[in-house]
Design a protein. Structure first.
Length: 347
């Protein structure tokens, strides 16, 4: 697996396996601190999630149980904004060990960013190196979805490290950290006489059937048009939703986000604000029609046009109930409590 996976990522020399995304991302953070001798971790404040570890969660509303001093070890900037990132380097000179960023985000679908993802990535990596900082490209969501193997090849970037998971083993518990040798070797045992980085140790780390699943997944991606199929499915869904929303004059209330490999849905009220009550009502009606839908479609190779047609039919019917909820009040139609954001201060 090490040889096979690295053959897909010629920018990198070494790989470390893991069982979940938070684990390999925090491993990358450890290596960055060991390599640079610095403490601070920088990430975009407008990205949803990187790790359940203190360095990230401490910067969210769900910060109970995390010491205040731990929260001070992370800093943030505005995603895709090079000026904001540069200001961070100037505010914390010689303190930032690494910058971690998702290469493509759902908000970039209708983004007002001055830079496209490719331009930002290349310039951000260059800027990091100017300040002696490492750049970690988080392919946890984009890997095996936006491109094969990911945006690292799509945009021809050369980050110091990259993190991988979710789709790389078709849902099995397999994640990976890849990187350049001069950084990754800090997590090994060959640097005799130097401080050892305790990188990753997990109870089920020696389990191997997920590695077999990963190898089988790569083989399918190499020999069949998985990416093309999935993007086609996403495009078909996007076109269908847009037609439904337009025909029902719900453009102010239902707006697509994301990409054809991960299509999100924003549900808004009359003020144009995201509305959890209306969102819950819409999800409820989709479930009534046999579609377990939380507002995200991640196309799979097993999806067919018939599957999406069934989903679109449920979407159209759910729009009718949503309109009634908007006109008459969601309370008349909503069963149970509203959906709540994951990152909130109180339960």
């Amino acid at each position: 697996m090490a040889e096979k996976f690295l053959s897909l990522v010629p920018q990198h020399d070494m790989i470390k396996f893991g069982k979940n995304g938070s684990l390999v991302i925090t491993a990358a953070v450890k290596l960055a601190r060991a390599k640079t001798g610095r403490k601070l971790i920088a990430f975009p404040s407008d990205h949803p999630f990187y790790s359940y570890d203190d360095w990230f969660i401490g910067k969210t509303p769900c910060d109970a149980g995390i010491p205040e001093e731990n929260k001070l070890l992370s800093v943030s900037f505005k995603g895709c904004d090079l000026t904001s990132l540069k200001a961070l380097f100037e505010k914390y000179p010689n303190e930032i060990a690494c910058v971690i960023s998702e290469p493509e985000r759902s908000t970039c679908y209708n983004c007002s960013c001055s830079m496209k993802p490719s331009e930002f990535l290349h310039k951000a990596i260059e800027l990091c190196h100017q300040y002696g900082t490492l750049f970690i490209q988080d392919e946890m969501i984009t890997g095996f979805k936006s491109h094969f193997p990911g945006t690292i090849s799509k945009y021809n970037t050369s980050p110091d490290m990259a993190t991988w998971g979710k789709g790389i083993a078709n849902g099995f518990s397999f994640c990976a950290l890849t990187g350049k040798k001069e950084i990754m070797e800090y997590g090994g045992i060959k640097r005799t006489g130097e401080p050892k980085v305790f990188l990753v140790s997990t109870t089920h780390g020696g389990e191997t059937h997920a590695i077999a699943a990963g190898l089988a997944t790569i083989e399918v991606f190499e020999n069949e048009p998985v990416i093309e199929h999935n993007h086609k499915i996403g495009d078909y869904f996007i076109n269908g939703v847009n037609q439904i929303v337009s025909s029902r004059n719900l453009q102010k209330h239902l707006q697509l986000t994301g990409f054809n490999w991960s299509v999100g849905l924003a549900v808004k009220n009359a003020k144009g604000e995201p509305d959890m009550f209306l969102r819950t009502l819409f999800m409820q009606e989709m479930i009534r029609r046999g579609i377990l839908y939380q507002g995200i479609l991640s196309p799979c190779y097993s999806h067919t046009i018939d599957d999406i047609d069934w989903m679109l039919s449920a979407f159209d019917e759910s729009c009718e109930v949503l309109q009634r909820g908007i006109d008459e009040g969601y309370e008349k139609y909503l069963v149970g409590d509203e959906i709540k954001p994951v990152f909130r201060k109180y339960n």
